[in-house]
Design a protein around this ligand. Structure first.
Ligand SMILES: Nc1ncnc2c1ncn2[C@@H]1O[C@H](COP(=O)(O)OP(=O)(O)OP(=O)(O)O)[C@@H](O)[C@H]1O
Length: 119
């Protein structure tokens, strides 16, 4: 195993996250993540609820990075207006939207019963 190559790939992966942090959508997700973590700390979650929250946050941020990567690849492939370019970008954006909706539903299912003593 090449240790130098292994750590270099970490450097590039981290550069990707830094690059994404300049985008408005990613910053919105980062802000949401901070709010959710603060809410989770004050609400008091079980271990399994924390696991779900961590998975949802990681999934959301990862999906946003993949969406940005697809947008960049499409822009690199063509500067023309093309239905396939539109489809690629819209499909990626759709994937982000589906996960975002699921994340909100999961957050509501975890937090609301605790806040209003419904569980
Ligand atoms: N080359 C293209 N051909 C056809 N439609 C395109 C093309 N590029 C973008 N579009 C359409 O315009 C929309 C906005 O494109 P844009 O490149 O601004 O992406 P975006 O989703 O707004 O990304 P960002 O997160 O950078 O704002 C896309 O979702 C797509 O529907």
């Amino acid at each position: 195993m090449n240790v130098t190559k292994f750590f270099t790939s970490f450097k590039y992966a981290f550069a990707g996250i830094v690059l994404a942090s300049k985008e408005q959508n990613f910053r919105f997700h980062l802000l949401s993540m901070i709010i959710v973590i603060i809410a989770a700390i004050f609400t008091g979650l079980s271990k399994i609820e924390w696991i779900i929250i961590v998975l949802v946050i990681a999934g959301m941020l990862s999906l946003e990075l993949i969406n940005s990567a697809i947008e960049n690849m499409v822009d690199l492939a063509t500067t023309d207006i093309h239905p396939l370019a539109k489809a690629a970008k819209d499909l990626a954006a759709g994937a982000v939207l589906i996960f975002a909706i699921a994340s909100v539903i999961i957050a509501v299912m975890i937090f609301i019963p605790k806040w209003f003593n419904l569980s």
